[in-house]
Design a protein around this ligand. Structure first.
Ligand SMILES: Nc1nc2c(ncn2[C@@H]2O[C@H](COP(=O)(O)OP(=O)(O)OP(=O)(O)O)[C@@H](O)[C@H]2O)c(=O)[nH]1
Ligand SMILES: [Mg+2]
Length: 309
């Protein structure tokens, strides 16, 4: 049996197998996970976490690949968290991602971890945060979180990052679309990828036009990720942006606030749920509602009232 202590020690020493097993145990919320994270926490704080989001097929994986290669040239070690859809419709996309990122996976020093958006115990955001933190303690300089699409779940995930890239492409009215989807306020850098295609400049102008209304100064850069073009400029901009953000206390404050609230929610739920599983309360409660003896509102209110005392 490998204990938490051994896995944590191994991870801190840079052992990849310990890292992989530690992440799995944390993701599965195995008994003792909170204490394990408490031990990991003091070793964190060096890594920059970058969220990469954008519409399906915009080239996020290709861009992640190219950015990783560039960061490595600059002697920065990289971890990648690929947030996969677990919807039955997108099984193909998951496989596609793995294939496209395969050449990154074989670069020394790159660790890739996939996470499912569904069935994640304790919520995807906290899961991504925990994995990023473990990679931080492991010694990665940069962690890239690639999400699928720009849905609400993905936006919440990238909000846990220190910095967010929003990827747009020409030919889909995408600049505007992304902004409509509520991505505008979270973007730190806009990337117009597939700049080899017609209409890239128009997308840049569109986005810049929208940005004029906002107070935040957000760079808009063109890339051809598949040819590694524009990547050097993008990474330079990313590094610049990261350095500015270390000064931003308000941002850290908001991140911690959000995390404390979400952990409170999860941990209270988990401890009650575990108790219910053990003592059969839940099964009885369901039966009582079915029998018309009570309703879900009263039931939960009474239960919470009881534990408050
Ligand atoms: N022409 C052109 N094609 C590109 C560029 N970047 C990526 N592609 C291609 O676009 C397709 C989709 O790229 P991905 O990197 O898988 O896009 P994605 O956003 O990760 O896709 P999902 O994860 O499925 O949402 C692939 O066939 C890439 O080779 C580019 O700059 N120019
Ligand atoms: Mg992808």
């Amino acid at each position: 049996m490998t204990t938490w202590e051994q896995l944590i020690k191994g991870t801190l020493e840079g052992n990849v197998r310990s890292l992989a097993r530690l992440i799995s145990k944390i993701e599965n919320r195995e008994k003792g996970w909170q204490d394990a994270m408490t031990q990991i926490y003091p070793h964190c704080g060096k890594t920059k976490v970058i969220g990469i989001t954008g519409s399906p097929g915009a080239g996020k994986s290709t861009l992640t690949n190219a950015v990783t290669a560039r960061l490595q040239k600059l002697d920065k070690s990289v971890g990648i968290i690929a947030v996969d859809p677990s919807s039955p419709f997108s099984g193909g996309a998951v496989l596609g991602d793995r294939l496209r990122m395969r050449d990154v996976g074989t670069l020394p020093g790159v660790y890739i971890r996939s996470m499912a958006t569904r069935g994640m115990l304790g919520g995807l955001c906290q899961g991504a945060r925990d994995v990023a933190r473990i990679l931080d303690a492991f010694g990665k300089d940069v962690v890239l979180i690639e999400t699928v699409g720009v849905g609400q779940d993905e936006i919440e995930v990238v909000k846990t990052a220190d910095m967010v890239l929003v990827v747009c492409v020409p030919g889909q009215g995408d600049g505007i679309q992304a902004i409509k989807a509520g991505v505008m306020e979270i973007a730190d850098i806009y990337v117009v990828n597939k700049a080899d295609r017609l209409g890239a400049d128009e997308v840049v102008v569109d986005i810049q036009g929208m940005l004029e209304l906002s107070e935040k100064k957000v760079p808009v850069l063109k890339t051809i990720a598949s040819e590694h073009k524009g990547i050097q400029e993008l990474v330079d901009e990313m590094l610049l942006c990261m350095n500015q953000q270390t000064l931003n206390d308000h941002f850290r404050h908001e991140q911690i606030r959000e995390e404390v609230l979400s952990l409170t929610q999860q941990m209270i739920f988990q401890s009650i749920y575990d108790k219910w599983q053990a003592n059969g309360f839940l099964a009885q409660a369901i039966q009582d509602v079915l029998d018309g003896k009570t309703d879900p509102y009263t039931l939960v209110k009474d239960y919470l009232g009881m534990i408050e005392k």
